[in-house]
Each structure stands twice: as C-alpha cells, then as structure tokens.
Write a protein of this length. Structure first.
Length: 617
C-alpha cells in the first residue's frame, strides 16, 4: 500500500465522528493491507511506531519540525512559524506548503510505500548521538519531499504526537474483529489475547496471517513483553466480600508503584562459551580487547531484567536494584506482579507514592536511589521456567511464589491471612492502617489471574475519610482542560482544571467511546503542584476540543488539552449532576497524586463512579 493511499484513509478517519464508522473504515483498511505491512499500518494510525513497552519515541519538538518544513519547502523558518501561529497545526502548515510548492501535486512524485515511510520514520526515531538532531531534520525534510500534500499533513503530525484521530487500541481490536466477521463478535476473544500480549500491531499481523481463532488461541505470557495487570474492584463491606468471593486471602495494600518484573537468567551452551572465549583470544589488539571483552562477557552472562508499569511503560532504569534479583531467586525465568515501595534511608519507614515516583528522574537515578531506597513487595507469579501460571488458582500461584524466593529484604513476598470471616478482614484492615499502610487487598483463594480485567476476585479496602477524603476510594481522572488563574494564581497560569472519566460502564473493557466531565478543581494544590500542572498542561494544549470529549458549555475551559495526564483525586462524596456529562459530580475534590504510571485505559469508568455512588448509601 502506498503512503498516499493510507493518507486518504486517515483523512476519512479524521472527518468521521461516528465510532462505528471509524471501526468500519479501519476494517476496510486492514482488509486491504498485506500481511507484511499491517503491523506498521496499525502503529501509524495510532500515531506511533511501536507498542509502549518498546520505548520508541521521536523526541522531535515543534521547533525541529518547523526546521524540516523550512528545509523541505525552501522557505524561511519565520514564514513557517507565521502560518503555524495562525493554523495551530503543523500538519496543516505542511499541507499548505506542499500545495503551494510549484506544481508539486501536478508533477509525478515517487510512490513511497507505507512500509518505506514507516522504516524511514523508525530511523529518525532511533537516531542518537552527535549530530542526530541535524540528521533527523534532514531525513524528515527528505521524506516530505517525496509525498503529496495530503500525505504531508499526516506525516508531519506523527513525530510530534498529534495525529488526532481519537481512538485507541480497543477500536483497533474491534476493527480486526469486523475485518473477519463483519461485526464485533470476536472482539472479546481478541481482547483477551491482547491483555496477555498487548502489542496490537503484532496481533493484527498474526490475525491477518492465520485468522482470529488460531492467532488468539492459547496465548501465554512472554518474558520481556508486559501483560496488562489484573485490577481490583470495590465493595462496601467485608461481609459482601465473603458473600461474593467465599474463602479469601487478606494481604497488605501498599502506597507504591505497581511493577511487573520480568527476569530471565541468560544461560549459554558450552559451545557458545567456547566460541565467546575463542573470540576473546583472537582479538588482535589490546584496544579491541578492552573495548569488546566486556561486551562479549555480557552477552554470555548478563540476565534479562525488565520492569513495566501498569500501562506497559518500561521503567527498568528507575530500579537499579532489580539487577540483584538473581541472587534471591531459584528459577531461570519468571514474571512477577509487585508493588515497588519507597523507604526512608534507614529502611525503617514506608514512603508515599509521590516520593517513590521521584525515582523517575532518570538523570539523577544514582542520587535518588540512595535518597529513596525501596523494596519490592511481591504478591503474584504469572510465569515460571517456560510455564504460564495465570490459569492456576491464586492459592497455587502463591505456593509457587513462596518457593521461588529465598528470604531477603529487597524482594519480599507479601504476608497473607486466609479466612472466611468478615471480622478477620476488619481486624487486618485496622492493623494495617495503624502500621501506616493504605489498607488491605482481599483476594479470592481459587481465582485465576485475569490480565487487564476486574471482577469479584480481587477487592481493595482502603482508608477513606481519615486519609484523603470522605469518599470510600480515590478516583483516577484524565485532565481535559484548564482555565487561567486570577490574583495569586495568575502567576501559576492555572486557576482551575477540568477532569473527566471514561464513558463506558463495561467493567471488562477499560476503553470507552467518550471522556465525560466529573468535576473542576481549583483548591487543595500546593504552589509547587500548580506550577508543575501548568508545565505539564502547556505541552498538551490543543486548539480545538478533542473529539473524545463531551462537556456542557458551562464547563468550557480556556484551554483544551490532549487526554494524556492522569490524576488521582479524593473527594467528600458523589452527587448526581444534570450538567456534568458523566451524570455525576465529585464534590470538594482534592489532588492526591499525578499518576504517571497510569494510561488513559486505566482511568475510572462511569460504571465505577456509579458503583462508588451506591457504596455511599
């Protein structure tokens, strides 16, 4: 498929407000695509080049794209900036220059294939080191010179992360079902496979090659590829928990960062060791020895260790301690579910989530690792030595987990209490609150691990009124826009910000068709939080309201932003609202945390808000 053909599909998708029509257009596109290119097409329509866990980003700011446009269309940067200020969209700017460029759309342009454009974009994204900025600009300009005006619009938007088509992996999953069946009847089947291997491009390629049933049958976890973590529900009382789940384990709930740990002890055969040794012996100079010996040694002995957040971001660099896991584990391969919990420097007191998250400042990791030591609270094992464990009961998985680790202070297997008695749950809850923890997790003894899904298998019981608000739990919302501050807040640039929840109540799916308003927040933030919020939101500003948003005119902010920033909020209570598009309003909201570990797919749903509303009664 040529990139010009793909651009025409992108134009149709951009012009279509109907979710159903978007699904149909994507299904048509996927049906036309060849096996060798469908994964690349899937990534491109999502405005990316690879799934989150691969960590491939462009790092091309607007300024670099402006330079590329000026170079490609032989004009001054000031002229590009002038039109950009007027249009607010570099894609439209590129399209205008391409049309204006003498006869560009009339002369014969080389028909670049989608795969060729994708490969060139991948080269740009992965170019690093001295001179990489100039090379990125040159390669982008070269690409722009090879495509027509419509293609230039979308080609320009991709590196700056503003393709603006307004759909997610879930829509791709529906379209893959539609491609084969003419409807969404296989979406659930595809979604279950995706939850275990969340690479929608790879999934599309396998479905195109062998059909849905074969591609999605017996999908198991793979070390190095993050599966989506199982999620917890809320219930009003321990009595209801026992009624719904029967016998349970009660475990501590920590205020940490959810981390899935992947470990593989890379062992080489005797022959491989001999080959590596011979290579070392045959290196011709001492300089080469010094340069390459370490590399060869690492190839033979260095284990694979990866850490992923709940939204599949690779945060391995945040945790240098993970390299010690091999000292305490008696397995060659594992996938573990855990909570990374910050400690004070003397390792005696637990720290809160926001303090733990300071470790994300990668350039200061050696300093923050010393200032904020941590431990990993391990509570589940999903894979061990070639065998998937997700279909085993939780009891069996815990038995395997406890036999997998030797006792140590860095990787600690959570304690558990087994019971059928609601009062035992209450006792454990009160005990953990006194110890400074968030509360307890209550887990069904015979539950399988349902990747990416909630259900009455895990239930959280958190401290409510005494900790952060009167509501029985916090809610995760996406920031939709903000208004400029007045008085003191004029200096911050933010007076209030509007937040929303996912407009879908189906608990089996964390994606929704719309983002619906829940509340506006203008109090309870520190000066530092207001400044941080302004910095984050400025980078996400868009000229028009994103197509996913539904908001009453009363809640129109000064600036709309892309749906990328997730915040955790506490509040006094929920009330029904005739003006908020979610149908509910969170009263007296307070910011608890910026949740950088969560993606848009993990924002609280309207169904969960309804649940919380009912729990108040």
């Amino acid at each position: 498929m040529t990139f010009s053909e793909l651009a025409k599909y992108l134009e149709r998708l951009e012009a279509t407000p109907s979710r159903l029509e978007i699904t149909r257009i994507l299904a048509e596109l996927f049906k036309k695509a060849e096996v060798e290119e469908i994964d690349k097409i899937v990534y491109l329509v999502l405005g990316t080049l690879a799934p989150n866990y691969k960590g491939i980003v462009f790092n091309m700011a607007d300024k670099l794209i402006i330079n590329a446009l000026a170079s490609a269309y032989k004009t001054g940067n000031d002229k590009v900036v002038e039109i950009y200020k007027k249009e607010g969209d570099l894609g439209i700017v590129a399209e205008k220059f391409a049309i204006r460029d003498t006869g560009q759309d009339k002369r014969k342009l080389p028909k670049s294939t989608t795969s060729e454009v994708y490969d060139k974009l991948m080269q740009i994204a992965q170019d690093e080191g001295e001179g990489s900025v100039e090379r990125k600009v040159d390669k982008m300009a070269e690409l722009l010179n090879k495509v027509d005006s419509l293609s230039a619009r979308y080609l320009t938007r991709i590196p700056v992360g503003k393709l603006r088509l307004g759909f997610s992996d879930k829509t791709i999953i529906d379209a893959l079902s539609w491609m084969e069946t003419g409807g969404k009847s296989k979406s659930k089947h595809i979604g279950e496979a995706y939850n275990i291997l969340p690479d929608v491009g790879l999934l599309a390629k396998n479905i195109k090659r062998m059909g849905i049933d074969k591609a999605c049958r017996n999908v198991t976890p793979v070390v190095g590829i993050p599966l989506l973590p199982m999620l917890a529900q809320r219930l009003k009382s321990p009595t209801e928990m026992i009624e719904k789940m029967g016998e349970v384990f009660v475990e501590p709930k920590f205020d940490g960062l959810r981390v899935l740990i992947h470990y593989k002890k890379l062992q080489t055969s005797k022959s491989t060791n001999i080959q590596a040794t011979n290579k070392l012996k045959n290196l011709k100079t001492e300089k080469l020895k010094n340069k390459n010996a370490k590399s060869l040694s690492n190839q033979v002995t260095k284990p694979l260790v990866r850490a992923f957040t709940r939204n599949s971001n690779d945060v391995t660099d945040m945790f240098p301690e993970l390299m010690e896991i091999g000292n305490y584990i008696n397995a060659d391969e594992v996938i573990l579910d855990s909570e990374a919990v910050g400690m004070d420097p003397e390792m005696k007191k637990l720290l809160d989530f926001q303090t733990t998250m300071k470790r994300r400042r990668v350039h200061q990791i050696s300093l923050t690792a010393k200032a904020i030591p941590l431990r990993f609270q391990i509570f589940d094992i999903l894979y061990r030595d070639g065998e998937s464990l997700i279909n085993l009961s939780y009891e069996d998985r815990r038995d395997i987990l406890e036999k997998t680790f030797s006792e140590n202070k860095l990787f600690v297997v959570d304690e558990k209490v087994r019971t059928k008695d609601p009062e035992v749950i209450n006792e454990q809850y009160r005990k953990k609150i006194k110890e400074g923890l968030e509360g307890v997790m209550v887990k069904k003894v015979d539950a399988e691990y349902l990747a990416g899904r909630t259900g009455w298998r895990w239930v959280k019981m958190k401290q409510g009124e005494e900790a952060v608000g009167k509501l029985s739990d916090t809610v995760d919302c996406v920031v939709m826009g903000y208004t400029v501050g007045k008085g003191k807040r004029a200096g911050f640039g933010v007076g209030q910000f509007l937040v929303g929840v996912i407009g879908k109540s189906d608990s089996k799916s964390k994606w929704g068709n719309k983002i619906l308003t829940l509340t506006k927040i203008g109090t309870g933030l520190t000066d530092e939080q207001f400044r941080e919020l302004k910095t984050r939101l400025t980078k996400l500003e868009v000229k028009e309201k994103p197509r996913e948003y539904e908001a009453h005119k009363n809640y129109t902010p000064d600036y709309w932003v892309e749906p990328k920033l997730v915040v955790e909020l506490a509040g006094d209570d929920l009330t029904k609202s005739p003006t908020h598009s979610s149908g509910y309003a969170l009263r007296f909201p307070r910011l608890v945390n910026f949740r950088d570990d969560k993606g848009i797919g993990e924002v609280t749903t309207v169904g969960e808000i309804k649940n919380l509303f009912q729990l108040q009664k």
